[in-house]
Design a protein around this ligand. Structure first.
Ligand code: MLT
Ligand code: MN
Length: 309
């Protein structure tokens, strides 16, 4: 199975358009230790020719352009992108669907909750319903992904709920402390190549590590995990925002109940941060925080990172 990181940054990308924090400034100055990153998405293929996108970022047009695996090769209208799987309805994960407009066949997978959100926004009908089939995912039910002709792609996903929050733009203040969030709002994926049996986990948003999740991830060959913030109050302390990571539905990398601590002892062979916010110091190759995560066995993903599993 081949995995390509199309985008490693969180919503807004790195550098975020309105961010003048030193992290972002260094990226704009082409500092080689501060590589820009587009918004989070990966592409996965079992056969090297048909690819599945996990989330569709607003930067998808650029991501396709920069990754020749996603270029058309066959006739005048073609795409290696055969399916898209959505893990939530964040702008950084669904807005890129608009780049896939016109009459190109593909399958679109998401929970009922996320597909309902798309259905309620008619702009997404630019994905011509005659060509793009929307296929509901059910929690804890494994699915063999299909290309639009109905052929198996050789990739099985099992979606499961993780702690999280409804997308920012769907928050309902009147619905109690978690803004009307339901389990289907934030899913993670167990992804298996049906031919080889190799598998990995994709967890780009996660607010906490309950025992059940830790048990599931224990011993995994590869986990991509939410790397949004270094510390919970990072944006507040920097004066760039009023929200904590917890408020946004993300556990933070450092701290007692942070991700480094949560994975300590889980025996995961390869641990990769993705969905990294423009303020997070682990983005910088030369930061002490980067050294700390690498010391703990983590990798910080970057656009174009390729993994063969
Ligand atoms: C998030 O991951 O918290 C969201 O992408 C934030 C946003 O929509 O800006
Ligand atoms: Mn996001």
């Amino acid at each position: 199975m081949q995995i390509r990181v199309l985008g490693a940054a969180a919503g807004g990308g790195y550098p975020q358009w309105n961010c003048n924090h030193p992290n972002s400034r260094r990226a704009r100055q082409h500092d080689p230790a501060a590589r820009p990153r587009t918004q989070s998405s990966i592409a996965v293929s079992a056969d090297g020719s048909r690819w599945v996108l996990f989330n569709a970022s607003p930067d998808l047009r650029q991501q396709i352009s920069e990754n020749d695996i996603l270029h058309p090769t066959d006739g005048l209208r073609h795409s290696p992108i055969k399916a898209v799987v959505l893990t939530n309805a964040d702008v950084d994960h669904v807005a890129g669907l608009l780049n896939l407009r016109e009459s190109q066949p593909l399958n679109l997978y998401g929970t009922g909750r996320v597909l309902d959100v798309l259905a309620a926004n008619s702009v997404f009908n630019v994905l011509n319903p005659d060509f793009v089939e929307r296929r509901p995912l059910h929690l804890d039910a494994a699915v063999d992904l299909l290309d639009p002709s109905g052929a198996e792609l050789g990739i099985r996903i099992e979606p499961f709920a993780v702690p999280g929050k409804v997308a920012l733009w769907l928050e309902d203040e009147s619905s109690g402390p978690n803004f009307g969030t339901v389990a289907e709002d934030t899913i993670a994926l167990e992804v298996t190549a049906t031919g080889s049996g190799r598998r990995f986990y994709y967890v780009p948003a996660c607010a906490a590590m309950p025992d059940q999740l830790a048990t599931r991830l224990r011993g995994a060959a590869l986990v991509f995990f939410d790397g949004t913030l270094w510390q919970d109050d990072e944006m507040v302390v920097l004066g760039v925002g009023v929200k904590t990571g917890r408020r946004m539905g993300h556990m933070s990398v450092s701290g007692e109940d942070g991700t480094l601590a949560a994975f300590d002892g889980l025996d995961v062979s390869r641990k990769v941060f993705i969905h990294i916010n423009t303020t997070n110091p682990i983005l910088l190759d030369d930061s002490p925080e980067r050294a700390t995560v690498e010391q703990a066995g983590w990798e910080v993903s970057w656009d174009g990172m390729a993994i063969e599993l």
